[in-house]
Design a protein around this ligand. Structure first.
Ligand code: ZN
Length: 418
């Protein structure tokens, strides 16, 4: 696609979008993707569709892991040519518009999509592939909203029978969203197994309301009435390898930690495979991804190697425990607007994996965390500041797990020092 083929209004809108984004960046107001996209869409309401036309596109959605999976997928599809992507995590239509305008003409695009916007973005971009990772509560949302989201996804896919879906067989909510598409859609479904650590939102079958039975193995599940069962996945994971549909194992040397990220890598390779990418060619590219929007970043300070892990909802706390090594760990929790004010979710998360290591706590709501850890029988020390935490641990690794604004606070403090 070249921009010469865009309608005149779209060309103007794309240019305004880029200029506004550049101005916003130059004046220090963030990366500018939202304001740039918003202005462009005021001039041409169909700008996203115009910018998407002619590109082969993958969308990535889910409650957790979508930013990382988008980065991995863009790296994998990059085997074929230039890829436009919203790597700053601006995952609503304004962000997509800005990302495509900024990238100019590229044959490919990989876009992270907020789960609430999936239907709208499917319509605007007519993607080749959509990857559905998982659905769980985000902050205050409860299981009821999770089932509603699964239904919205299912309805959205019914309107787009031609799209190919790459979906997580381990999450009953995702399977419900994609099952009708697998049966009736012309685009088809590829199932992958990336595990499901957080199961509290998937006790009840979204199809019929019966109980979801687990068979005692890690990933096996089926609805008690049998109307929803775990599909057999074509892509699976080992400790540090992805096994493709032909049974070939692709050993990964990821810089990003944990089995969670091996699952994200499997998803990326499955999506890229639909574009014609050989997983053996793409796997080494995933090893080049070192940090995603500051997450997993490692900073050396005072002889400590500090690694930052963001945990924004119950499912991502469990994922962070999987990623963190058995090393001193600082937990920081705030309850400001972007975090949600209610910290009762702390009691939904099992902190027992932290037993046996040095645990420090801080943040606006450290006392809520203290109560939770007491109940969970995890010994801890309270520190007032991040600097105090660094001083309290021996030289070596310090794992930091923080929720959204606590993470931003710690990043700002590290940026000041480094
Ligand atoms: Zn059922």
């Amino acid at each position: 696609m070249t921009e010469k083929k865009l309608p005149l209004r779209a060309t103007l809108a794309a240019s305004v979008s880029r200029t506004a984004a550049a101005l916003s960046r130059a004046t220090g107001r963030g990366d500018g993707s939202v304001i740039g996209g918003r202005l462009g869409m005021m001039i041409d309401p169909d700008l996203l569709a115009h910018l998407a036309a002619g590109r082969r596109i993958a969308l990535v959605s889910g409650t957790n892991g979508k930013t990382t999976t988008t980065r991995f997928t863009a790296a994998a599809v990059g085997v074929l040519g230039e890829v436009a992507t919203n790597s700053f995590g601006a995952n609503m239509p304004t962000g997509h518009t800005s990302a495509l305008a900024r990238a100019g003409a590229t044959p490919y695009a990989v876009l992270e999509v907020d789960e609430h916007y999936l239907a709208q973005v499917l319509t605007a971009t007519t993607p080749l592939v959509v990857a559905l990772l998982n659905l769980s509560r985000d902050q205050l949302d409860r299981a009821k909203e999770v089932a509603m989201m699964a239904q919205l996804w299912r309805d959205a896919l019914a309107d787009h029978p031609d799209v190919h879906v790459v979906a997580n067989a381990d999450d009953p909510m995702v399977v419900y969203a994609a099952a009708a598409h697998a049966a009736a859609g012309t685009g088809g479904v590829t199932w992958f197994s990336a595990g499901q650590r957080w199961r509290e939102d998937a006790h009840v079958c979204p199809a019929c309301g019966a109980h979801i039975d687990r068979d005692g193995t890690d990933d096996g599940w089926r609805c008690a009435t049998g109307d929803l069962v775990r599909p057999t996945p074509q892509w699976t994971v080992g400790d540090s390898a992805v096994i493709d549909p032909e049974g070939v194992s692709h050993e990964l040397k990821l810089q990003l930690p944990g089995k969670v990220n091996v699952g994200n890598a499997a998803t990326a390779l499955a999506v890229a495979h639909r574009f014609g990418v050989d997983p053996a060619a793409a796997a080494p590219r995933l090893a080049e991804v070192a940090s995603v929007a500051g997450r997993y970043a490692q900073v050396d300070r005072d002889g400590r190697n500090i690694r930052l892990l963001l945990a924004k909802n119950p499912a991502s706390w469990l994922e962070a425990f999987d990623m963190a090594e058995q090393q001193p760990t600082l937990l920081s929790i705030n309850a400001r607007d972007p975090d949600g004010f209610d910290t009762s979710w702390l009691f939904d998360v099992d902190f027992a994996p932290l037993r046996g290591r040095q645990v420090l706590i801080t943040g606006d709501r450290a006392y809520d965390l203290a109560v939770r850890l007491e109940v969970n029988e995890v010994p801890f020390t309270h520190v007032k500041t991040f600097a105090e935490a660094v001083a309290a641990v021996p030289p070596g690794r310090l794992e930091v797990i923080a929720n959204y604004t606590a993470f931003q606070d710690i990043r700002a403090e590290l940026d000041r020092v480094v």
